[in-house]
Write a protein that binds this ligand. Sequence first.
Ligand code: ADP
Ligand code: MG
Length: 380
Amino acid sequence: MFGRWFKRGGSNTQADGAPAGGGHLIDLRDIVKTYQSAAGSFTALKGVSLAVDAGEFVAVIGKSGSGKSTLINMVTGIDRPTSGEVIVGGTPVHRLSEGQMSVWRGRHLGIIFQFFQLLPSLTVVENVMLPMDFCNMYKPGERRERAMMLLDQVEMVDQAHKLPSAISGGQQQRVAIARALANDPPILIADEPTGNLDSKTAVAVFKLFDDLVKAGKTIVMVTHDNDLARRASRSVIVSDGEIVNQYLARALPRLSLDQLITVTRQLDRLTYEPGQPIVRQGGRADYFYIVTRGKVEVILDQPGGGELIAEVLGEGQYFGELGLLGDTERRATVRAAHDNGTVEVVALDQNEFNTLLAESEATRLDVTRVAEQRLAASAA
Ligand code: ADP
Ligand code: MG
């Protein structure tokens, strides 16, 4: 099942069919995490969904205590959801037993922590060999050479025989990154990896991550450093156990952070089977929609009785604005495309939509412009 993650091993790309999770490499769905303690229960994640595709470099940002570590601990299986699903590379991580989990994690994820967590009694090179030994990856005779090669990549080969206590924090983090790469995992998960480093060293470590993404890795990195986050390919904002809906942020990028969080809470999630209509031409306009999974077809009924597919919209694109702006009936039918599996959308009702446009002039202008373009196209 995991063969397709590794370049070696050849041609098993679709041998198991398409991975679960709609093709996303990491797919967290409706995750609720409630901690129970003597003081009562505390819900650290309130039904969050997050999809990460192969090759992305995602920065997870948010205030201390907002739930960032809890969120990425779902991906690594360090912690389990109270409810919801965690699909990584097609594997339902939340259903693995502890034993399966540690083997799976060792082979498919590289994990990097704020405090490096190297074993103090082992040398640098022995620390890097450890995951290969643990997961029995690579021939025993090849492991040291591979570890040295990885240390070379992070410019630590000349420190290979020192103990962790004999090198600086920045150097320890480089070693921890080499260790995370030991089994050539497709995904690296890092929780505040630069949190314990001075800013110059932090930039150097970030550069290393950037190079790894260019070399084909997928990285999810929690950081409190907004300057570094901006240099990732995408930021995910966690606020009080919720994350800003990434499709909303993509569709309406000019909303403020507070508006994004408010609207995220207002969104209704709806699913449609292939071919199923979402809105019908001539029907009353009552919701604004953003596609969050799959594709939808915008269809204009033709005078002769046929239909014309005017547009196909994908993830992060919206529809339904035309009828709402004009407070009129639907001008087109929109249905789930036939060939892309279940379609998911989020919907905002008319009142919430109008309030939002009244509060964000930039968004109102953007949405109006799109509506005018669509109107012109459908009239042509
Ligand atoms: P962040 O990484 O964003 O600083 P965390 O994910 O570590 O935040 O924590 C989110 C919230 O969940 C915090 O309020 C924290 O106190 C609480 N929390 C985290 N782990 C536990 C736990 N094991 N038991 C109880 N509460 C916890
Ligand atoms: Mg944390």
